[in-house]
Design a protein around this ligand. Structure first.
Ligand code: MG
Ligand code: ZN
Length: 234
């Protein structure tokens, strides 16, 4: 079956780059997440809100993956963070080699957190490890309660689920509890946040969680205490 062989080779090559990326992030004490969702879930708006809340608390860089255009990288760069755009020219996912090239343009030693915004797609990004610490999957309430059941691989591999546009739930008759239960049935270890970029509900919980994950990722005790003093109790 030559098709199977080619696919396996592609993934093996990808995993080699992913291991290198992960090692470089670990060596520099940089926590990272791969942000995945369907198109239109509000991923980039959520990213903008996240960057706003992390300003002055964590040193962040963003790698933006899009099929065409650098609109998202421009939106992110307004927050004064290093933003590298990967345009996949029709490709429906990021791979670890592309991310490796983007990472080579960043000073990892100056960062606490690297955010990789993947192409809007819940299918193949599940198979491509980029070397990130965790995957964060975003689903908006407008997508319906069944999303996790339709794309189980992504929910299985994610560590965090963000249920976004939570303010719209009453208008689209989305049963948020059902959406959450469907996701937890596939992956009981998911940490779940409910957010709205309009009302800002849930954003502080999410960003505080991120700050503590970034802090706990550090192995260098000097850097740990340095970051601790930057933290404000909330
Ligand atoms: Mg984008
Ligand atoms: Zn793809």
């Amino acid at each position: 079956m030559p098709v199977v062989t080619i696919e396996r080779k592609v993934l093996e090559k990808n995993d080699g780059y992913a291991a290198r990326n992960r090692e470089a992030l670990r060596r520099n004490d940089v926590f990272s997440f791969n942000l995945v969702s369907s198109p239109g879930s509000g991923k980039t708006s959520l990213l903008e809100k996240t960057l706003g809340q992390l300003a002055g608390k964590l040193k962040v860089a963003v790698i933006e993956g899009d099929i065409q255009t650098d609109i998202d990288a421009q939106r992110v760069a307004k927050f004064g963070v290093p933003a590298i755009q990967i345009v996949t020219n029709g490709g429906c996912h990021l791979d670890a080699q592309l991310v490796n090239e983007a990472m080579s343009r960043l000073d990892l030693s100056a960062l606490d957190l690297l955010i990789i915004e993947n192409v809007g797609n819940l299918v193949c990004p599940a198979n491509f490890d980029l070397g990130e610490a965790i995957k964060v999957v975003v689903v908006s309430v407008t997508e319906g309660e069944e999303k996790p059941l339709k794309y189980p691989a992504m929910f299985h591999r994610a560590s965090v689920l963000i249920i976004n546009k939570i303010d719209l739930a009453p208008y689209v008759s989305c049963k948020v509890q059902d959406l959450k239960e469907n996701a937890l049935r596939i992956n009981p270890l998911l940490t779940v946040f409910e957010t709205s970029c309009t009302t800002e509900v849930g954003l502080a919980d999410w960003t505080n969680w991120l700050i503590f994950q970034s802090l706990n990722f550090r192995v260098d005790p000097d850097k740990r205490s340095e970051l601790l003093t930057e933290l404000r109790p909330c």
